[in-house]
Design a binder for this molecule. Structure first.
Ligand code: DAH
Length: 341
């Protein structure tokens, strides 16, 4: 019987080494330590043994059981350790490798300027109003004091559509009429950003589409002083507190009087250079007091109400600010250009 136990112990030890995973180990346990194992059989048979033998075999069978159990425990730990080492080896991660850069998009330079402009006007109490890109001839010209065949219409090379009387807006000014007709007789303070379209030869200085930001203030007793004060305030906020400005008389059919606002050339500080065409000044916007006819077309009695208006081009301002020499860059979608902003 004792020999048998020795053999069991040896067999078990050999089989244990052959158990290469936890499933095999479980099988081993059932086979050598389970209820119907040989060892179990010996336990069950103990009672039938003669007293003397029972003691010796009982002692030995317990020894073998304990040693098998602790061998099982040790093997189990060994297998756990092996599988951990294996996964460490296979799923090895080099945390010192540099990461892959994530390409970062950015806002188009013309839109950056547009947003800055709108933020300043919003801060000064001007609401943003979106008008339409496709306009009637009447809104784009007629209601702005340019009846059919008026020679001033030649200032805007126009995209006409196949639909008679429908054009792509050549400027954001028709939005003035839409706002006034919606708000009259309430006071108005709005800016109208949007795309404009002109049937032009594309050159370094002219594109067939570009943005404008129109501005309109209508109310009682608005004067030219309000126009100048407001626009100078804008220029200081946009170009810097120290910027010098000047107003030059000009002509637009929808304003009277009309002017253009210049800022002192920031490239040469007014000395004269190629950017300012040796004048020392850069033109940044057109403006004027809303023409009485236009006020009336908008639904305001020009005897009681007055207003000022202005129009500026974000692309043009961006070109001046960053000294971009060719307007075509804005639409070329060339990353080498766009990534500079
Ligand atoms: N609409 C003009 C243009 O496209 C710009 C302009 C000038 C707008 C004077 C105005 C203004 O509101 O008062 O050239």
């Amino acid at each position: 019987m004792l020999d048998r136990l020795d053999r069991i112990e040896k067999d078990a030890a050999r089989a244990l080494i052959a158990a290469k995973d936890e499933a095999a180990l479980q099988g081993w346990k059932t086979k050598f330590l389970g209820r119907s194992s040989e060892l179990g059989e010996i336990f069950d048979g103990l009672r039938e043994l003669p007293k003397e033998e029972r003691r010796a075999v009982g002692k030995r069978v317990n020894e073998v059981k304990t040693s098998l159990e602790s061998a099982h425990q040790a093997r189990l730990q060994e297998l756990h350790h092996d599988s951990m080492m294996q996964s460490l080896r296979e799923e090895r991660l080099d945390v010192t490798l540099p990461g892959r850069p994530i390409p970062r998009g950015r806002i188009h330079p013309a839109n950056q300027t547009l947003r800055q402009i709108l933020a300043i006007w919003a801060d000064m109490g001007f609401q943003v109003y979106r008008s339409r890109d496709v306009e009637t001839d009447e809104y784009n010209f007629g209601l702005l004091n340019m009846p059919p065949h008026h020679p001033a219409r030649d200032m805007w090379d126009t995209f006409f559509t196949n639909e008679p009387g429908i054009v792509l807006r050549t400027h954001t000014s028709p939005g003035q009429i839409h706002v006034m007709r919606e708000r009259a007789p309430e006071p108005v303070r709005v800016v109208l950003p949007g795309m404009c379209y002109r049937y032009e030869q594309i050159t370094a200085r002219a594109e067939i589409q570009f943005n404008q930001v129109e501005g309109l203030a209508v109310g009682r007793a608005i004067t030219l002083a309000d126009l100048k004060g407001t626009l100078i305030n804008f220029a200081r906020r946009f170009f810097g507190q120290g910027v010098r400005t000047r107003f030059r008389a000009d002509h637009f059919p929808f304003t009277e009087p009309s002017a253009e606002m210049d800022i002192e050339c920031f490239v040469c500080s007014g000395q004269g250079c190629s950017i300012c065409k040796h004048t020392g000044w850069l033109e940044i916007l057109g403006c004027g007091m809303v023409h009485p006819t236009v006020l009336a077309n908008g639904g305001y009695d020009p005897e009681k109400y007055s207003g000022f208006a202005f129009g500026m081009g974000p692309e043009r301002i961006t070109m001046l600010k960053h000294r971009i020499e060719d307007i075509r860059h804005f639409w070329a979608n060339d990353l080498r250009f766009l990534e500079q902003f």
